[in-house]
Design a protein around this ligand. Structure first.
Ligand code: GLY
Length: 400
């Protein structure tokens, strides 16, 4: 080979990569501009006393739900993320206004969702401002969440199903894969002056979840059932996915992000191995554009809905995983996350007059609710993924 073609070959790859980088940068900025308008309009025109954004109605406006719902922390969490990105104090004022009313949740012991509710709101406030009252709320929520831990099962109970009128009434001690996402609050609190036993509770929960939710092939079940007296694992079940043996896309995404966070907090190699196993399965089975169908094993694919929320959560988790390791796998996780982000930002941003950033998420398809709508947590994890990707490429602060 002569020198000239070799030089062209060497230069060609970085040039292509550079142009992909430039276009993703531009897409991220354009979406942040859209997000700023939509979030500011909602934050100033709505009142927390009337409820918190959850899903979009057909006209694009938010359906508001009680501040005690598991999704209530995400809207204030988005406002905190805009503050982190812009350092504009008006975002902080709005974030504080939407965070404060959620304090009523911190003494609740009837839900496992305290991380989702309190750590996205007060947790972001604490990390961004150091506010000591926010720390007190986060510690109290950690205390409350830890009461749901069973040392026999070695997990935090997800749902109190005793009074349910559906199949869940027979579930004595259900643990859902989503519950991994509540552990971060326990890990953080234990590491910052809280009770050290919260770390052990969270670590044991993650290890139990790795043994019971994750199948040998790397796909993930939504629910694991236990005997509350003996602690015995009774089998896998399903609520929000297609079936007991299917792979609900958001559950797989919660697993990627949740096991990665648990590994980062504990440095336990078996949690890194589990995070990589569920991530590898996700990448091998997702469509090439990185936006999964709502359940990987719905026999109706390709004529079923995609779930943008799963893509956003998985992208955020994969970016963390790529940062935690080195080598080819690290690059592969980052490339897939960026491809997913590029798809979301170029084809899934909701057209006006939507109040959500992303369209096309699925909440509870088996229950016939929240199908192909904008959902607040899709937007929250999209902003988090953008912050992570910007941190990796330009050295801005990593969102802890
Ligand atoms: N935590 C419930 C869900 O992911 O829909």
């Amino acid at each position: 080979m002569t020198r000239a073609p070799l030089l062209v070959a060497i230069l060609a790859v970085p040039a292509a990569a550079q142009s992909r980088t430039d276009s993703l940068d531009a897409l991220m900025q354009r979406t942040l501009d859209v997000a700023a308008v939509r979030l500011r309009t909602a934050a100033t025109s709505l009142e927390p006393a009337n409820g918190y954004p959850r899903i979009t109605k057909p006209d694009g406006t938010w359906t508001l739900v009680s501040r005690t719902q598991w999704t209530s922390g995400f809207f204030p969490g988005e406002l905190w993320q805009m503050y982190a990105i812009s350092h504009d104090s008006s975002w902080r004022s709005q974030a504080e206004r939407w965070t404060a009313p959620l304090e009523v949740n911190d003494t609740r012991t009837n839900t496992h969702d305290l991380g989702f509710i309190v750590f996205t709101s007060f947790g972001n406030e604490l990390k961004l401002t150091g506010n000591t009252h926010a720390r007190d709320v986060v510690f109290q929520a950690s205390r409350s969440l830890s009461t749901r831990y069973s040392p026999v099962v070695r997990a935090i109970k997800s749902w109190d199903t005793e009074r349910d009128k559906d199949k869940r009434a027979t579930w004595k001690f259900p643990v859902i894969i989503d519950n991994l996402m509540n552990l971060d609050m326990l890990f953080w609190s234990a590491a910052h002056g809280g009770d050290p036993k919260w770390k052990e509770i969270a670590a044991q929960h993650a290890l139990t979840s790795a043994r019971s939710h994750v199948r040998p092939d790397g796909s993930v079940a939504h629910v694991a059932l236990f005997d509350p007296v003996t602690g015995a694992f009774l089998g896998q079940a399903n609520w929000q996915g297609y079936s007991d043996s299917s792979a609900w896309a958001r559950g797989q995404a919660w697993a990627i992000d949740g096991f990665t966070r648990a590994y980062e907090a504990t440095s336990r190699p078996e949690l890194l191995a589990t995070a990589r196993k569920v991530a590898d399965w996700y990448i091998a089975h997702a469509p090439a554009d990185g936006v999964p169908y709502w359940d990987f094993r719905d026999p109706g694919i390709p004529n079923v809905e995609r779930d943008a929320s799963a893509a956003a959560i998985a992208a955020s988790g994969l970016l963390s995983l790529s940062r935690d390791i080195t080598g080819t796998a690290s690059a592969q996780y980052r490339v897939f996350a960026e491809r997913s982000l590029e798809s979301l930002l170029s084809r899934y941003v909701a057209p006006p007059p939507s109040e959500a950033i992303l369209a096309h998420s699925v909440g509870g398809k088996p229950q016939g609710v929240e199908i192909d709508v904008g959902i607040v947590y899709a937007d929250y994890y999209l902003l988090e993924a953008i912050r992570k990707d910007r941190a990796l490429r330009s050295g801005s602060p990593w969102p802890e």
